[in-house]
Design a protein around this ligand. Structure first.
Ligand code: NAP
Ligand code: GDD
Length: 364
């Protein structure tokens, strides 16, 4: 039975990846940080077969201990401070976790495998996945973006991710470690944190429909993203570590849409008119914006045989329907709305979303 260690197990991708690997017969360990982390209970309830181990990307000793306990064949480093706006206000901690934290875990992997600095003493026994990001392209030097597109990060988050990506490539080239950088474009789901724009919109639609909220305040509606479904993207992470040689891959759908288009489809799904509810406020405009992201994932199609299964409209429907259902469950029985929309087919079981009150509080 192959063994995997996932850092960031309490996050959106960590949970989908754990489900995927358990389904493939893996023994899965997940790294959890912090004292009495409330998301630990979510993972325990949803994924009882995952063994939880304590560790923090800020603490080198804990990483070495975690790896000793897990004895993984594959390490998926998904842990990060992942909310871009925070990275301006907390740029040092962003660099420490998302940048130097990756160096720390790579050092711990090398210590576990005995790789000590020479290519001859190879650490090839452990395969390592780094969660790189399309935010590294930032002020994109070409569109669509592919593996060879130069980076021009527009946030401390993007800059830290670029360091992490380069140090992953450097460890691969210096010590022969099987280390891959997955350059993933935005991917979403009903498990997405409520601070990200897609989930902020789907939750607001559900709450407006239930009469619990009367406006949705957003920032730049013209920003374009290549949005996919997280459940599709974790398959690509696993595939990268099954190849004969380590490499970097762009993962995205090859379609780009504005925030405004997401708003329009989400409100339409619930039979609501966005003009009545959506307001733009400078509070949500960023110091520097990434205007357009669009993936050229042809290398992943060719080498990994990877293709996404959920399209943009399917993703919006999935998220709105999940939040409408979750909000309805919180209402007294007599006040639950009757579902008026016909469902489009979504080829994945919908996961249980977080309790809307909790995520809404976090989004505020
Ligand atoms: P997420 O839901 O925000 O999850 C982030 C995870 O990192 C959480 O489990 C969090 O744990 C953990 N974490 C944060 N700081 C940590 C630290 N110091 N030590 C250990 N764990 C720590 O993010 P996601 O959407 O699943 O994304 C997964 C990874 O992919 C991230 O690295 C993100 O930057 C990257 N990425 C995401 C996307 C996307 O569109 N989702 C695209 C490209 C790249 P707590 O529960 O303790 O907070
Ligand atoms: N969060 C948020 N809130 N974004 C808004 C809002 C709002 O009220 N209004 C407009 N936006 C715009 C942002 O300005 C941005 O252009 C776009 O919506 C997407 O924002 P997010 O959903 O916060 O995601 P992100 O693109 O900044 O970052 C996500 O994707 C990256 C990959 O490209 C995160 O998951 C990162 O961790 C990931 O690396």
């Amino acid at each position: 039975m192959p063994r995997a260690l996932i850092t960031g197990i309490t996050g959106q991708d960590g949970m989908y990846l754990a489900e995927h690997l358990l389904g493939l017969g893996y023994d899965v360990s997940g790294m959890v940080r912090g004292q009495d982390n409330p998301k630990r209970r979510t993972v325990e309830a949803l994924l009882p077969d995952v063994r939880l181990v304590e560790g923090d990307l800020l603490d080198a000793t804990s990483l070495r201990t975690t790896l000793q306990h897990a004895q993984p064949d594959e390490v998926y480093n998904l842990a990060a401070m992942s909310y871009v706006p925070y990275s301006w206000g907390q740029s040092e901690v962003t660099a420490a976790i998302n940048g130097v934290g990756v160096l720390r875990i790579l050092d711990a992997v090398r210590a576990l495998t005995g790789a000590s600095g020479s290519r001859a003493n190879s650490g090839a026994g452990v395969r390592f996945y780094q969660a790189s990001s399309s935010e590294m392209f930032g002020l994109a030097q070409e569109t669509p973006q592919r593996e060879t597109t130069p980076f021009h990060p527009r946030s401390p988050y993007g800059a830290a991710k670029a360091y992490a990506h380069y140090i992953t490539v450097n460890v691969r080239e210096s010590y022969n470690l099987f280390a891959c950088g997955g350059i993933l474009f935005n991917h979403e789901s009903p498990r997405r944190g409520a601070e990200f724009v897609t989930r902020k919109i789907s939750l607001a639609v559900a709450r407006i429909k239930a009469g619990l909220q009367d406006e949705l305040v957003l920032g730049n509606l013209d920003a374009r993203r290549d949005w996919g479904f997280a459940g599709d993207y974790v398959r690509a992470m696993h595939l990268m570590l099954q190849q004969d040689a380590p490499d970097d891959f762009v993962i995205g759908t090859g379609e780009t849409h504005t925030v405004r288009e997401f708003v329009d489809l989400a409100f339409a799904r619930a039979g609501l008119d966005p003009e009545r509810y959506v307001r733009v406020d400078a509070e949500f405009i960023r110091p520097a914006e990434v205007d357009v992201l669009l993936a050229d994932a042809s290398k992943a199609h060719r080498v990994l045989g990877w293709r996404p299964q959920v399209d943009f409209a399917g993703l919006v429907d999935m998220m709105v329907d999940a939040d409408v259902a979750a909000v309805a469950r919180t209402l007294p029985a007599g006040e639950r709305p009757v579902r008026r929309t016909e469902r489009r087919t979504v080829p994945h079981a919908e996961p249980e979303p977080e309790a809307p009150e909790t995520t809404q509080e976090r989004a505020a």
